[in-house]
Design a protein around this ligand. Structure first.
Ligand code: N2P
Length: 375
């Protein structure tokens, strides 16, 4: 037998094995580096948490609308304890504040409710000197329409209303609100248990303005929603997410941030802002007139405007944010890639903000009660 070490082929093989091994290890390094690059650029718990000082703030926010880890970080950084309560709709929140029984330090109403609460002296002016991180908010999200002079509200999130649908269950992808009247989806859709949202969309479906106060138009919208009831499995708010991810219905009227969440949980779900147009909303942080700890409230609001915290919060909540520093930190390209949170301009042009309707609000409340109690 010839000495294999003298064979050219053997040495070629040895060299090949070495080259492949080197390449493979270089590849591994690259992968490790990539993973390191993906380390989330946002906040973490401080290494030496500040002991609790006994100071508290009371926060009243929508359900599923904050990453609770941000609260833990705030407490550990400041020693201020956060007492946290949630509501499901602007109207529920308003009723509680207007009754005056509870004193919250931070609340998060939507545009039209900010407008109402300013008019009714239920909010106090923000001392911007104590909110330096407001510089992180994109000026495009400062809206004179509901807070003239930008005095009472700090933009937190925004979004649209649209239809979340199960691509495997619908006959074709919806493009119109008419889908919500389609008999095909009998007992197979969820609607929002929220008077302005649901009545607003019904008005659009009837071809009217979503801020209409015309009693005849509202009556038509009411009749439409009553006619729709046999199709509706339930009127829900936060529960819609688990239900749609769980495949309990084919279509649902939802807010865009909830659609983002659902779509991250299920590949079968998609979202559309129907062609007839929709609502665009802006939710803001505000300090109620009867807050007990204004300086704590300011610290909390400023903390939530911090780029790293707003990014961390976005990652959890899923709603579009007005915080340009946070978007930059996360990578604007990736953030902007979501058509749900960043609809094209032509879609935005078809969306309208809800306005506070003064004493006509009562008409909405009355109609809504009639719809819900109708069998
Ligand atoms: C989140 C509520 C979103 C608020 N659960 C829509 N304005």
């Amino acid at each position: 037998m010839k000495n294999i070490f003298k064979k050219k082929g053997f040495w070629l093989l040895v060299i090949l094995v070495i080259v492949v091994a080197l390449l493979a290890s270089a590849g591994e390094e690259e992968i490790i580096e990539e993973e390191e690059e993906e380390v989330i650029p946002w906040a973490a718990m401080p290494e030496n948490p500040v002991p609790m000082t006994g100071e508290t703030i009371s926060v009243y926010n929508w359900g599923d609308y904050i990453d609770s880890e941000t609260i833990d970080i705030f407490e550990a950084e400041t020693g201020i304890r956060v007492i946290y309560e949630t509501f499901e709709t602007n109207e529920d929140m308003y009723a509680k504040i207007a009754m005056g029984g509870s004193a919250y330090d931070v609340i998060i109403p939507s545009d039209y409710m900010v407008e109402r609460m300013i008019q009714e002296n239920l909010l106090q002016k923000i001392n911007w000197e104590n909110i330096p991180n407001v510089a992180n908010i994109d000026e495009r999200f400062i809206h004179e329409s509901y807070d003239p002079g930008f005095e009472y509200s700090v933009p937190y999130t925004w979004g649209t209303m649209g239809i979340l649908y199960n691509t495997g269950a619908v006959l074709e992808a919806p493009t119109s609100w008419e889908t919500l009247m389609d008999e095909t989806y009998k007992m197979d859709m969820f609607m929002l248990n929220s008077p302005r949202d649901t009545l607003g969309i019904a008005l659009v479906m009837c071809g009217y303005d979503l801020n209409s106060t015309d009693p005849a138009q509202l009556e038509e919208a009411k009749q439409l929603l009553i006619a729709q009831k046999p199709l509706v499995l339930a009127y829900v708010v936060d529960e819609v997410k688990d239900k749609m991810v769980g495949g309990e219905a084919s279509v649902a009227l939802v807010w865009s941030g909830d659609a983002t969440f659902c779509m991250s949980e299920s590949d079968e779900l998609s979202y559309v802002v129907p062609k007839e147009g929709s609502n665009i909303f802006y939710d803001s942080m505000c300090i109620p007139h009867n807050a007990r700890n204004v300086s704590g409230a300011e610290k909390f609001i400023d903390f939530l405007c911090r780029a790293d915290i707003a990014a961390m919060n976005y990652d959890y909540v899923g709603y579009a944010i007005p915080n340009k520093a946070a978007i930059e930190l996360m990578g604007a390209e990736e953030y902007n890639a979501s058509p749900v949170n960043n609809p094209p301009q032509e879609t935005l042009d078809k969306c309208q903000v809800f306005k506070y309707l003064g004493d006509k609000t009562q008409l909405y409340d009355q109609i809504w009660t009639e719809i819900i109690s109708e069998f």
